[in-house]
Design a binder for this molecule. Sequence first.
Ligand SMILES: O=C(O)C(=O)C[C@]1(C(=O)O)C=C[C@@H](O)C=C1
Length: 257
Amino acid sequence: MSKKPISSDSCLNMTLDSVRESLIGQEDTIIFCLIERAKYPINSPLYDESVAGVPGSLVEYIVKETEALQAKVGRYESPEENPFFPENLPPLIVPPHNIPQVLHPSGISININKTIWDTYFNQLLPLFVREGNDGNYVPTATCDLHCLQALSRRIHYGKFVAEIKFMDAPEDYSPAILAQDRATLMSLLTFEKVEEMVKQRVEKKAMVFGQEVSLNDPDDKKGKYKVDPSMVSRLYGEWVMPLTKLVQVEYLLRRLD
Ligand SMILES: O=C(O)C(=O)C[C@]1(C(=O)O)C=C[C@@H](O)C=C1
């Protein structure tokens, strides 16, 4: 068998509409991940560094080891993917993908996964997961990994959004970049109406994707959802979009390096 590099779609034809389409698609992934995680109780021994029998907590160990495996087969070749534990990742064992480079080189390495990790475990998880311990530690940790990866991909997608915005209007962004003026960059890249639509859409999706289904009495489960739709809207309004905007600002600050 010939060992050709795996091909990947070109991202050179991106537009603001197309990156927004991608963000809309990623909403589905995030909501399904939250629904899956909400099936399990908090299962707190997973996060306890003293009981696991492995270095760090069990969840940390599972994420680290999964990232190491996925790094070997090319996950972090993609500029959309950022590891939570970038230190000491093993080298690729497959041929490189040769993905066309659309991001400015200085912005590629922006990685706010430390913040995403802390926010997810300390603020988000307690909001949508019930108390308790059912012993399903590995399936639960796998759900955490999927939630973290989906959130990280969405938030770091801000690099692409920022690149498109800069390319569409370099004359608007350049003075603020040269002045390293974060506040002006933040107001230039913010579209409040779009944010409002995102919050409404994710709330609606959480209702549709997470509705309880009953064959007997259709009213039996009416209004019951697997994750609270208003919580998903809040998650986007308070964390997902602000962190995506933080990535955009960080990216733009380096855009003229
Ligand atoms: O759609 C954009 O323009 C984005 O920058 C994305 C995003 C978001 O995170 O969803 C962030 C900032 C804008 O205010 C609106 C939405």
